[in-house]
Every structure is written in structure tokens, then in C-alpha cells.
Design a protein around this ligand. Structure first.
Ligand code: FES
Length: 113
């Protein structure tokens, strides 16, 4: 395991402009002090924990391919729509990115009503 990731980027609970999130890309951010990545496809935004469920790699160093985020360390794949693993590396594995919270543009950020 690696050291816990530190929050970086904007606080999503304060809101960001849709244009701040690259189309088919990621924005490194945090919610309530927890590091997250926000992925945008058109008007849809998905937010998931930034630490890979395998060994905790920072997913913001990975790549977005379609609706997947691919981990930079062992190429684990997460579906941003569900947070579920779409492909796993060998060894210990959590099938879901911890704290994954898919969201849509215009909906409240995770943790807010
Ligand atoms: S740390 Fe992400 S796949 Fe291993």
C-alpha cells in the first residue's frame, strides 16, 4: 500500500464550472477532504475516489478511455458510471473504488442534499 493521497484541486462541494472538467478527461479535486477525480462526458459528470482500490495509486495519473479510468500502476480499470472494476490486475483487489459516487451535472455533490 502507498501513503494516503492528499486532497488536491478544487473542493467539489463548493461547485465548479462544467468547463473546468476536461471533456473525456479528469479533474483532480476533493470532497470533504477526500481526494476524488471528476470525469466528464458531455453534460454528465462522474465522481469517484482518487485512490485505486488495489494498492492506492492516484487515479489522476491514469487515463480516461471511454467510460473507464485506467490506473497508472497496474492498469486496473474502473467504470466511472458505477465505480465497479472493469478489469483487474493480479493480486489483492477491491472490486470497487472506495467512496465512488457517480453524479450527474446539476445534481448536488456527494455528501450534500
Ligand atoms: S494500484 Fe491500481 S491497479 Fe494496482
Amino acid at each position: 500500500m502507498s501513503e494516503p493521497l492528499q486532497p488536491s484541486g478544487p473542493d467539489l462541494s463548493a461547485g465548479v464550472e462544467l468547463s473546468d472538467i476536461p471533456e473525456n478527461g479528469m479533474l483532480t479535486a476533493h470532497v470533504g477532504g477526500e481526494p476524488v477525480v471528476a470525469v466528464r462526458h458531455g453534460q454528465e459528470v462522474f465522481v469517484m475516489a482518487a485512490a485505486c482500490g488495489h494498492y492506492g495509486a492516484p487515479l489522476w495519473d491514469g487515463v480516461v478511455v471511454g467510460h473507464e479510468v485506467r490506473c497508472p500502476w497496474h492498469h486496473g480499470r474502473f467504470d466511472v458510471r458505477t465505480g465497479e472494476a472493469a478489469g483487474s490486475p493480479p493480486g489483492p483487489w477491491s472490486a470497487r473504488a472506495p467512496g465512488c459516487a457517480p453524479a450527474s451535472a446539476g445534481s448536488p455533490p456527494p455528501g450534500r442534499a
